[in-house]
Design a protein around this ligand. Structure first.
Ligand SMILES: [Zn+2]
Ligand SMILES: [Zn+2]
Length: 404
């Protein structure tokens, strides 16, 4: 076994050597944001970099033209580390979730680690996973990849997501499902002949208010969140709307509580349909799980940040924060040991999914976040491959938590 300290120094050097290339790539993808399922240019740029550095790349991959799987084999069989890349943007706010940093840091880390694989066993994979934000037919691609065997043979998988404020290794994510509710009513003159119509907008309004009223009855320990919009609510004020559409998101830290919450939302809509004489139909999405937290992997990332002198939030404080968003990475964390740390790229807290956050990915702090993310994930790969006891500990914790 080679001394881990020597390997760490080498992998840091390799990360610094390739950094200018990846800063350029991050800015280029940042300037040309592509929505999920349409990330043609972004995926092409990342695949070109992987091929240039000697990876064998399957692209398109998994029947998705913007997905890829890149593999770099070590000197002999051994642990497989799969680093994940995202590169989809959001409508209106471009890279307001900073996925230009996720894609380039994932690919950069894979390449930096691969430079040491001549002396190490195992394999480095970089998997390009489209449409994390749910846009288009590849929405939630990691869920399907996790369910359909893409992670078979993988020992550990991770990625790093940019964030506001300080970094954190721990992910607190909610399970989520969503339903689109469509009401079908009947048009009529809104003043002269309103009694002949069936008002689909009223059905949508009653549903929205019924959900609000029922919030009080939800289990607080399950961190329930329900959010929604009225997507369609009529065409003109003098016509009784014959069609209204609500889009509702339903989240909880307890995966098993989601069906109860979904039922409440659907019953609110059914009641509203009955009250207004409309018909109602539902289109419910496949949903995402909450994550399996792995303390041993979080500890590894925090140790690396200590070694790199990178500041992070107090893990005790992070642990008591209520969970916030959701990610399709959580489904991966149910099939292989994995984590999804967040790297701070802003001076202060600010909203994500915003134009300001997209701008932050293009600043010096954004560059710094990219560089730290590349080094962190590359060092983690080398450590996990070179220290069988560490890998065994991570896998044992995963097996124990998975069985619960
Ligand atoms: Zn996002
Ligand atoms: Zn994101």
């Amino acid at each position: 076994m080679v001394d881990t300290e020597t390997l760490k120094k080498q992998v840091i050097e390799e990360s610094e050597k390739i950094f200018p290339e990846f800063k350029k790539l991050k800015d280029k993808i940042g300037e040309n944001p592509e929505l999920g399922s349409e990330e043609e240019e972004s995926s092409k740029l990342l695949v070109e970099a992987l091929r240039k550095h000697g990876f064998t790349v399957e692209y398109p991959f998994f029947n998705m033209h913007t997905a890829f799987k890149a593999v770099y084999k070590g000197k002999e069989p051994g642990p497989v580390i799969a680093i994940l890349a995202e590169y989809d943007a959001l409508p209106g706010v471009g890279h307001g979730c900073g996925h230009n940093i996720i894609g380039t840091s994932g690919v950069g880390a894979g390449i930096a680690a691969s430079k040491l694989m001549k002396t190490l066993p195992g394999e480095i994979w970089v998997i390009g996973t489209p449409a994390e934000e749910g846009h288009g037919p590849y929405g939630g691609s990691k869920v399907r990849m996790a369910r359909e065997g893409v992670f078979e043979g993988v020992d550990v998988s991770y990625m790093i997501h940019p964030a506001t404020g300080l970094s954190q290794a721990q992910g607190n994510f909610l399970a989520v499902t969503g339903t689109e509710i469509t009401f079908k009513g009947k048009t009529a003159h809104a003043a002269a002949d309103a009694h002949s119509g069936a008002n689909a907008l009223n059905a949508a309004m009653i549903t929205y208010m019924s959900i609000h009223a029922n919030r009080q009855q939800l289990r607080r320990d399950a961190n329930p969140v329900i959010h929604g919009i009225i997507k369609e609510g009529g065409l003109a004020s003098n016509i009784i709307p014959d069609r209204a559409v609500l889009q509702m998101g339903i989240r909880s830290s307890d995966d098993s509580y989601l069906p109860t919450m979904l039922e409440m939302v659907m019953n609110s809509a059914k009641g509203a349909a009955l009250a207004t004489g409309c018909e109602v139909s539902f289109k419910t999405g496949m949903g995402l799980k909450s994550n399996i937290p792995l303390r041993s992997l979080e500890k590894l990332f925090l140790e690396i940040w200590d070694e790199l002198g990178h500041p992070y939030k107090d893990p005790v404080e992070v642990a008591i924060q209520p969970p916030g968003g959701s990610t399709d990475f959580c489904d991966v964390s149910h099939v292989v040991p994995g984590i999804h740390p967040m790297i701070g790229i802003t001076q202060e807290e600010m909203p994500m999914h915003s134009v300001q956050f997209a701008d932050c990915t293009m600043t010096e702090k954004g560059d710094e976040g990219l560089q730290v993310a590349i080094k962190t994930m590359a060092i983690a790969a080398v450590k996990l491959i070179n220290e069988p006891d560490l890998l065994a500990k991570v896998k044992a914790e995963f097996e124990e938590k998975r069985l619960k």
